[in-house]
Design a protein around this ligand. Structure first.
Ligand code: 3MF
Ligand code: MG
Ligand code: MG
Length: 414
């Protein structure tokens, strides 16, 4: 092939996107509670060993593009949009007013706000550090974020305590640090109750997000389950206001089965928000777009969530690859991530309605003929052939994933 001239590269990408087909309209995309983070679209491709590959994008452009694509909700960290030194000042009010205008102009709503408590040097020893002025500053930042959330009409606040831990052992006292961390959350919930009452709005849903490692070497609340225990520990003054925001890849990072983690959160009534992405087990946080690595697992995750009536946000917390250009972020990365999610969600609906799966599940629950009570061998024998259905179910789910349940065939010469 001939070299592709610079001025033809975007049109080539767009032509091949068209040729892929299967894109949903913005109106269809808006029917799902899909939320787009400011930080995901604005990610410049930088990391510890990586220089940026893309130029900065401000919130006005991100919100405009989300509106154009049909991503109906936007969320942000406080410092994604407000410089740390402007927080709480007039400049904050001016920026929040500009955000409100951009949201209104583009038909996008703010779903969630979150406080950055991991990047700035002030969090070197975490937001629950020994020094009282750090903890007082952390509580002020959380309360300020709650106020911004109410002003922008958000329903959720998320907390990822990625710096709540240590890199050298024995330096911090874990029980004390967790008590201090709870005090920060308590301050946020109490401020929320006061602001919500003043504005006549419901309080926010405060959601904890676990990640097993990164950026601290050791993390005090590394999993969603650790967070469930923390919520129930008695340290929170308003445990009913605090739930979870699991992230799909964060569960894989510690080797968990995401479906099982989500099931435990569902059973606790704490699955309120969900960061969707993809990646590899027992590796670092690569934040790949949903469905690009584990589509079969994703199908199964969405069968679980659809069956249990999960109606919270699906937050596109992924990173467009470093190889994708600024143009590609909105021409390819976001529309394809959204559309894969919608396809997997609809497939999950097909799996739930599938007569073969339904009959197999029912038969398994009916069990085999009565067997002599407390006779292990007889009970096992009674169910022996029924249990083959487990493998048949797995096969059927792959057929649904590749479209064979709708008659898609492959003609292979004899
Ligand atoms: C880090 C994350 C975070 C959180 C965000 C929300 C940058 O791995 O997943 O995204 O989702 O801080 O609070
Ligand atoms: Mg992640
Ligand atoms: Mg996340």
């Amino acid at each position: 092939m001939k070299p592709v001239p610079l001025d033809q590269q975007q049109s080539l990408v767009e032509r091949l996107m068209q040729a892929c087909g299967g894109a949903y309209s913005p109106a269809t995309r808006r029917k799902y509670f899909i939320t787009g983070p400011q930080w995901a679209a604005a990610y410049e491709g930088h990391a510890l060993f990586h220089a940026p590959t893309r130029s900065p994008v401000g919130f006005e452009e991100v919100i405009r593009q989300y509106g154009r694509l049909g991503i109906g909700y936007w969320c942000t960290h406080d410092t994604d949009v407000i410089p740390a030194e402007a927080l709480g000042k007039d400049q904050q009010a001016a920026i929040v007013a500009r955000i409100g205008a951009a949201l209104r102009d583009n038909g996008v709503a703010c779903s969630m706000v979150t406080t950055e408590t991991f990047h700035h040097a002030v969090w070197a020893a975490s937001p629950a550090a020994e020094a009282p002025q750090v903890r007082e500053y952390a509580a002020w930042r959380l309360k300020n974020t709650v106020a911004i959330g109410h002003e922008l009409g958000a329903q959720f606040a998320v907390y990822w305590p990625g710096s709540l831990g240590y890199s050298v052992q024995g330096a911090i006292e874990e029980t004390q640090t967790l008590r201090w961390y709870a005090e920060g959350l308590n301050a946020a919930c109490e401020a929320d109750i006061a602001v919500a009452a003043k504005l006549g709005r419901p309080t926010l849903k405060h959601c904890l997000e676990a990640k097993p490692f990164e950026p601290q070497a050791e993390i005090l609340l590394p999993t969603s389950d650790a967070m469930l225990a923390f919520i129930a520990s008695g340290l929170l003054t308003h445990p009913e206001m605090v739930g979870l925001n699991p992230e799909y890849l964060h569960e894989l990072m510690w080797g968990a089965a995401p479906r099982a983690s989500l099931a435990r959160a569902l059973l606790s009534g704490k699955l309120w928000h969900f960061d969707i992405n993809d990646g590899y087990r027992l590796k670092h946080d690569v934040d790949i777009g949903v469905g690009l690595v584990n589509p079969l697992d994703w199908l199964n995750v969405l069968v679980l969530l659809r069956s249990h009536g999960y109606n919270g946000p699906f937050n596109l917390d992924y990173k467009p690859p470093r190889t994708t250009s600024n143009h590609g972020v909105f021409a390819v990365s976001f529309p394809t991530a959204v559309d894969r999610f919608i396809t997997l969600w609809e497939m999950a609906g097909e799996a739930i309605a599938d007569p073969i799966l339904a009959e197999a599940y029912e038969a398994l629950k009916a069990g085999g003929p009565p067997a002599a009570a407390h006779d292990a061998a007889a009970i096992a024998a009674s169910n022996r052939d029924l249990l083959t259905l487990h493998e048949l179910i797995a096969h059927r789910l792959v057929q649904i994933l590749v479209g064979q349940h709708r008659g898609r065939t492959f003609s292979i010469p004899d």
